[in-house]
Design a protein around this ligand. Sequence first.
Ligand code: F0G
Length: 358
Amino acid sequence: MQLYTGLINHYKDRLPVDENTKFISLGEGNTPLIQLKNIPSLLSKNVDIYVKYEGLNPTGSFKDRGMTMAVTKAVESGSKAIICASTGNTSVAAAAYAARAGIKAFVLIPEGKIALGKLAQTMIHGATIIQIKGNFDDGMRLVKEVADHAPVSIVNSINPFRLQGQKTAAFEVVEELGDAPDYHCLPVGNAGNISAYWMGYKEYHQDGKASETPVMLGYQAKGAAPFIKGEMINNPETVATAIRIGHPQSWDLAHTVKQESNGWFDALSDEDILSAQKLLAEKEGIFCEPASAVSLAGAMRDIKSGKIPEGSKIVCTLTGHGLKDPDSAIAQCNSEDMIIIEPEITKVRDAILNEGID
Ligand code: F0G
């Protein structure tokens, strides 16, 4: 028997752990890299697009990669409680890994702006939820202040162990493709994840495991696009609540990524984001949350315009599972399309035949 026991154990030579470290893991990482079969031809362009489906991590988002490291190190240092501000997914991962470790999690979330699935997860894992009448940026400010006054470890991505864990996603991409892709597209909120991928790609390149590093592309939602505006913004708004952030924590790191990789940032409208989410679900059978679809929406736009040239190999990270946000999925579908019938065979047969299937 050979259990996969999570990314710290798998990459322990490349992470800040030693033989005495007790790993807190839920088997995170090792997520599928899926080649898109139908969307490239819809774009009428000759490109290879792959999605790194991070929604298949244990709590349904990429946050588990960072949280396994952050909680492992918090426990190692004797911490009995962790705290984070969150647009939802970080709070879920903090709650789950704290439960696993037998420590306490406190999460600060913007009142009424957390997708339903994330709220359910955070509640069932037993975190103490502090809803704030403000946004993520307010929560982040408070978390930084309170950590000086209370015995809690911050597990937001300003905790350097988070990015260490998250860089392993780049390792997996290189291992599966046999080299780095030409372009790597990511949704950007705090910009921790794009910075982590870049660390991972650079590390594998320096060690000769990849012959090149990708051009890194960071996409934001138009109503929450400080990187495109070039300055922090105060009232971010978008349907992609996971990236409803105006004051990104990894501002400098992300600019370094853009510069070093010859990449760019751009913004997508909520409409473009939702239509990419639906296209992916309808044409490829892959369900991601709205914030995740930003990466694909951006890639599709830049492929169509030729900014990403034909012949390119492109990876888009799908950061979270679609089940996180059932409300936004249902809102995009027409419930009148659902057929309601009496429980009779003729009615079922008619329903099938009416769809025009031969
Ligand atoms: N996609 C999803 C699904 C997210 O939850 C987040 C961030 C991002 C993308 C952006 O990643 O911040 O590293 O640039 N969510 C954080 C949270 C803010 O609290 O769950 P980033």
